[in-house]
Design a protein around this ligand. Structure first.
Ligand code: ADP
Ligand code: ZN
Ligand code: ZN
Length: 710
C-alpha cells in the first residue's frame, strides 16, 4: 500500500518549538488548502494541507509519520491566494504559519467533526435573488460621480478622502454594485472599524442588494457573532454564495475566491491593528491582498492615516512619481450641509475645576429647549480616575499594576481598567483612617451626574425635563445594550448624550447639532508621536456628528441653529485645534508630515517593537539587552551599516500590569525590506536567548511590526 506525504499547518503550542508545518501520511493525495483533522500528541486537531515547497527540507523518517485522521470533504480546499495571504502575514508579522492560518478560520471549524460539518453544510440556502430587479439608485453628486468613475476606470489602490457626510458610503455601494453586476462570481469585502457600526451598515447593504442578489448575498463577519453564525458566514463567503462580506479587521482573512473589491472604511482607525497574537494591520493586508488577488482596494476616511495620506501624494516636479495610491477628494457635504463651526473655550479664563464652562452650558441649554440633541465626549469612563486622601496623600493605586484604580460611583467600586482588580470603595482612607477621601479628576459618570444637576430646571419643547444618557463600555456590557441605547438616541428620547469615543464614530444621528469635547488636552502631551494625529481624527469625526441631516438643519435654521463643535482646552492655540477650527485636515497633515520627516519617523521610516514580559523589570530588560548584544555580535542584516537601528530597552508607559513587568525596545529602519530581513534573522536568536538560564524569569516576548502605539 502506498501513502502520500502531506504537510499540514496547524496550531502548535507556542513553547513546543516544532516547525511551521508538520508532516503526516494520507491514503490519497490531498491538494493544498484541504482541511484535515490530524493527531497532535494525544489530541486530534484541525489543520490545513499546505504547499509542499514550503515544507521543511529534511523530512522525518517516513515510518515515524502518523496518518491524518480525516478530511473535511464538504469544504472546498482554501485557494492559493488565501494561502499566500496567510503565508505573507505570518512572515511579515513574525508568527508561525499555523497560528495565523488557524486563527483565520472560524473557531467552530476546529470543533466540528466531518459528519457534524456535513450536516451543517446541508442547511438550505437562503434563496435566490431576482436578476431582473434593477437596483434603485439615488443620483450621485458631482464629486461622488467623479470618484466612482475613477475607481471604475483606474487600477488604484484608492484613498477616498471625503469629509464626514460627503457620501463615501454611497460611493462604496455603487462600486460594489458595479463590480457584482459585471461578474456573477465577483465578491466584495467591506471592512469597518467597530462591531457597533455594522448593524446600520448591514441594513444599508442588505436593503440595497438583497432584492437583486438574494437574502444570503450579504454576510457579516465580526467577533460579536456567535460561533455558529460566524461559521455560516465564513462558509457562505468561502463557497461564493455571499457576494458581499461586511466585517471588522478579522474579515481580511476571509476566504473569498471571487474577491474583486475591498473597501476599508475609516481606514485611519486604530482598531484595524490587531493587538494580540499576530499583530497584523488589516488595512495593510487589504492593500497586499488586493494587489495579489487582483482586487481593487478603496481606503476611505475624512482624516486619513498619515501613512495613507503620504502614500497618495500627488506627483510634483521634485517627486515625479508621487505616491502609489490614487487620491480622490470629496470635500463637500451632501445637501450642502455646513460643517460644524468650531468654538474653543479657554479654560485658563474659567473658574478652577470648571467642568462645563458657562458658554458651553448655555449652548446646551438652548438646544434642549429647542428639542435638539447634544453630544458630550470624554475619553475616560468611571466617575473619577483616582480616589485620594486629603490627609495623607493616599491614592487608589492598583496593587497589581502601575496604574490607579478608577472610582465607579454607580456600584461603589474601585476598578483597575488594566487587570480588572475590583474592590469596594472604602469609607476611610486605607492608609491613615481619615474619612476625608475624595475623587480626583472626571469620568463620564461624573459628567452625567453634573449635567443632571446643571440642567435640572431646563425643559424640552414638550415641557418635560431634559433627558441625559451615557454610553460607554460600562453601560453597554450586556448583549444588545448598545443597540438599545443607540435606538433611544435615534428616536429622540435623549437630549444630551455623554460618552467616550464609542459615540463619536460613524453613527448617523439626525438631530445632533452640538458636539463638545470637554477635556481633550491629555493627548496633546503624550509621549506617543501618533497621539496628536489620533486626537485630530477623533475630534474631526466627532464634529462630523453635528448637523448631518441637511433637511433637519434647514428646518431648525429659523431658531438660528448652526452645527457646532465645542472644545474646552488650556491650550486653545495648539496646532490640533487650529486645524480643527478650519476643518483643515490637509494643513494638519502637512505640518505633521514635516515633523515626521525631520525626525525620520513613520511614514518616513519603518518600525518594529519587541516587548518582553517578566516578573521583574531587570529580567525583562536583561533579555532584550542580551538579545541585542547577540544581534550585534552576529552582525545581523542592517546592523553593520546602520540601516537598522536598535534602541535601548525601556519600561512601557504602564510598566506593570497584573504583576507582570513589561519592557520594550524599538527598532527603526529607512528600509522596510532590511527591517524584515533583520527581524527574520533575529527570531532564532531571540528564541535561543530565551532558553539561557539567566533569562529564566522571562514570561514571554513578542514582536510588533509597524506598531501603532510606542
Ligand atoms: P459618509 O460615509 O461620507 O459620512 P454617507 O455615505 O453616510 O457619508 O452619506 C451621508 C448622508 O447623505 C447619508 O444619510 C446618505 O444617505 C446621504 N447621501 C449620500 N449620498 C447621497 C446622494 N447622492 N443624494 C442624496 N443623499 C445622499
Ligand atoms: Zn489617608
Ligand atoms: Zn490592575
Amino acid at each position: 500500500m502506498s501513502f502520500s506525504l502531506v504537510h499540514v499547518a496547524l496550531q502548535t503550542p507556542s513553547h513546543s518549538g516544532v516547525g511551521d508545518l508538520l508532516s503526516y501520511t494520507s491514503e490519497r493525495p490531498l491538494s493544498p488548502g484541504t482541511l484535515v483533522r490530524v493527531p497532535l500528541g494525544t489530541r486530534e486537531v484541525l489543520g490545513v494541507v499546505w504547499d509542499a515547497d514550503e515544507a521543511p527540507g529534511e523530512l522525518p523518517d517516513g515510518a515515524t509519520l502518523r496518518p491524518i485522521a480525516g478530511v473535511l470533504d464538504g469544504v472546498a480546499p482554501l485557494d492559493a491566494s488565501w494561502r499566500r495571504l496567510v503565508g505573507f502575514a505570518a512572515r511579515y508579522y513574525q508568527r508561525a504559519l499555523g497560528e495565523v492560518a488557524l486563527a483565520a478560520l472560524p473557531p467552530q471549524l476546529r470543533d466540528l467533526g466531518p459528519e457534524q460539518l456535513a450536516r451543517r453544510l446541508r442547511r438550505p440556502a437562503k434563496g435566490a435573488g431576482d436578476d431582473s430587479r434593477t437596483i434603485e439608485n439615488i443620483a450621485l453628486s458631482a464629486e461622488q460621480e467623479s470618484a466612482r468613475a475613477r475607481i471604475s476606470s483606474e487600477k488604484g489602490p484608492f484613498l477616498l478622502f471625503g469629509s464626514t457626510g460627503s457620501g463615501k458610503t454611497e460611493v462604496y455601494l455603487r462600486c460594489v454594485q458595479e463590480m457584482l453586476e459585471a461578474d456573477p462570481a465577483a465578491q466584495a469585502l467591506v471592512m469597518v472599524p467597530e462591531i457597533n457600526l455594522t448593524p446600520q451598515l448591514e441594513e444599508r447593504f442588505a436593503g440595497r442588494f438583497a432584492p437583486r442578489f438574494g437574502p444570503g448575498a450579504v454576510a457579516s463577519l465580526h467577533s460579536g457573532m456567535t460561533n455558529p453564525q460566524r461559521l455560516a458566514s465564513w462558509l457562505a463567503a468561502h463557497s461564493g454564495s455571499a457576494r458581499i462580506v461586511l466585517g471588522t479587521r478579522m474579515a481580511v482573512f476571509a476566504s473569498l475566491p471571487g474577491l474583486k473589491l475591498i473597501v476599508v472604511d475609516e481606514e485611519h482607525d486604530p482598531s484595524y491593528k490587531q493587538q494580540e497574537g499576530a499583530r497584523y494591520s488589516a488595512r495593510d493586508l487589504a492593500i497586499w491582498r488586493g494587489r495579489e488577488q487582483g482586487a481593487k482596494v478603496i481606503l476611505g476616511s475624512a482624516t486619513p492615516s498619515l501613512e495613507s495620506w503620504y502614500a497618495s501624494r500627488p506627483a510634483t516636479a521634485e517627486d515625479p512619481e508621487g505616491g502609489r495610491y490614487v487620491r480622490l477628494h470629496m470635500p463637500s457635504r451632501i445637501g450642502a450641509g455646513a460643517l460644524a463651526r468650531v468654538r474653543r473655550v479657554d479654560m485658563n479664563q474659567q473658574p478652577r475645576r470648571t467642568v462645563f464652562s458657562a458658554p458651553l452650558l448655555q449652548a446646551i441649554t438652548e438646544r434642549v429647549a429647542r428639542g435638539e440633541q447634544s453630544m458630550i465626549l470624554l475619553n475616560r469612563r468611571g466617575y473619577a480616575p483616582v480616589l485620594h486622601c486629603v490627609d495623607c496623600g493616599w491614592k487608589s493605586d492598583c496593587p497589581h499594576c502601575s496604574a490607579h484604580q478608577v472610582f465607579h460611583k454607580t456600584d461603589r467600586t474601585l476598578r483597575c481598567h488594566h487587570c480588572g482588580h475590583t474592590v469596594r470603595v472604602p469609607f476611610h482612607c486605607p492608609a491613615c483612617g481619615s474619612p476625608d477621601i475624595h475623587p480626583m479628576g472626571k469620568g463620564t459618570e461624573q459628567l452625567e451626574e453634573q449635567l443632571g444637576t446643571l440642567l435640572r430646571e431646563v425643559l424640552r419643547p414638550d415641557r418635560t425635563p431634559a433627558r441625559i444618557a451615557r454610553i460607554d463600555a460600562d453601560t453597554t456590557k450586556a448583549k444588545g445594550a448598545l443597540e438599545a441605547q443607540l435606538a433611544q438616541v435615534h428616536s429622540g428620547e435623549v437630549d444630551v448624550l455623554v460618552g467616550t469615543q464609542m459615540i463619536a464614530k460613524g453613527h448617523d444621528f439626525r438631530r445632533i447639532t452640538l458636539v463638545a469635547a470637554v477635556q481633550p488636552d491629555g493627548a496633546l502631551f503624550s509621549s506617543d508621536f501618533r497621539a496628536a494625529e489620533r486626537l485630530f481624527a477623533l475630534l474631526m469625526q466627532a464634529a462630523g456628528r453635528a448637523g448631518r441631516d441637511a433637511a433637519y438643519m434647514a428646518a431648525q435654521a429659523v431658531h438660528g441653529t448652526q452645527p457646532e463643535m465645542w472644545v474646552q482646552s488650556f491650550h486653545t492655540q495648539h496646532a490640533v485645534f487650529e486645524a480643527l477650527r478650519k476643518h483643515d485636515y490637509e494643513a494638519f497633515a502637512a505640518q505633521q508630515l514635516k515633523e515626521r520627516e525631520e525626525a525620520a519617523m513613520p511614514p518616513f521610516s519603518y518600525q518594529a517593537l519587541v516587548r518582553a514580559d517578566a516578573r521583574t523589570q531587570e529580567v525583562a530588560q536583561g533579555f532584550l539587552t542580551a538579545a541585542t548584544a547577540a544581534a550585534h555580535a552576529t552582525q545581523l542584516p542592517g546592523l553593520p551599516d546602520g540601516t537598522v537601528i536598535l534602541f535601548p530597552p525601556v519600561p512601557l508607559t504602564i510598566q506593570r500590569v497584573a504583576n507582570v513587568e513589561r519592557a520594550q525596545m524599538l527598532m527603526e529602519s529607512s528600509s522596510r525590506t532590511t527591517l524584515q530581513r533583520f527581524l527574520a534573522a533575529w527570531q532564532p536568536i531571540l528564541q535561543a536567548t530565551r532558553s539561557q538560564p539567566e533569562h529564566k524569569g522571562l514570561i514571554r516576548w513578542l514582536v510588533d511590526v509597524d506598531p501603532l502605539a510606542i
